[in-house]
Write a protein that binds this ligand. Sequence first.
Ligand SMILES: [Zn+2]
Ligand SMILES: [Zn+2]
Ligand SMILES: [Zn+2]
Length: 280
Amino acid sequence: MVEGRCLCGAQAFQAEGPLELMHHCHCGYCRKSHGAAFATAVGVPAAGFRWARRGPIGAFESSPGFAREFCATCGSPLPARPPGDLVFVPAGCLDADPGVRPVAHIFAGSKAPWFEIEDGLPAFEAYPPGFDAPVFESRPPLDPPGSLRGSCLCGDVRCVVEGTPILARHCHCSRCRRERGAAHASNLVAPAEAVRFTGGAERLREYRVPDARFFTHTFCGRCGSSMPRIDPGRGIAIVPMGGLDDAPPVRPREHIWVGSKAPWYDIPGDLPRYEGAPPS
Ligand SMILES: [Zn+2]
Ligand SMILES: [Zn+2]
Ligand SMILES: [Zn+2]
């Protein structure tokens, strides 16, 4: 049996049965809804899936008939059931090692321009051969070009990042993994004053982890997408890179908190890795 939960714990699930088709998805919908470089999901038989706890949820129908649910309190993405007999569970929300490993990248043709696929797994442009499902185009950015643009999946919340961000990095801490329901978060760090919401700021919701000094998830209340968190106290903004509509002027330079990384994810590539917090 595998178990998982959202960041705040209001939602928890259990699944029994063979785990199938664990994969990384790079489609624009997953990248926005998870605020991550890619989403990783594992299929479980619908008959073996059950909610152990179910709190208030939000849902956004990202393509006809397919609703992406999220925890309305903390914004974590939740298991989803596309047409068929499998429920797809966001691997970042699992409590323990599921024992299976990702077998492929899908929608590699839609991947983020700031992320390279380096692990040698098969990478399919869209769905793998033989998997017959409609493909939906991502919508174009809503704001005019000029600054680095970002937006949530539903398009209500939009932002720009002005100037050059300070840096970008991948974070493998357990909070980031649950918050994004992903292998890791990828964030831009920018001066607080560089990030401006150009629409939908009233849609934003925040969840602060009770025992955390800073950790707060800012997300769109309509679609659950992770959105920039501006922290005037520290003078910085944390911008989830999955929501970017343009290629940023900096690339992720390091992996942090790799001592907490997902057991099912081997970090590829040769970027520097730090067990915990990065050296300042
Ligand atoms: Zn939650
Ligand atoms: Zn996807
Ligand atoms: Zn939204």
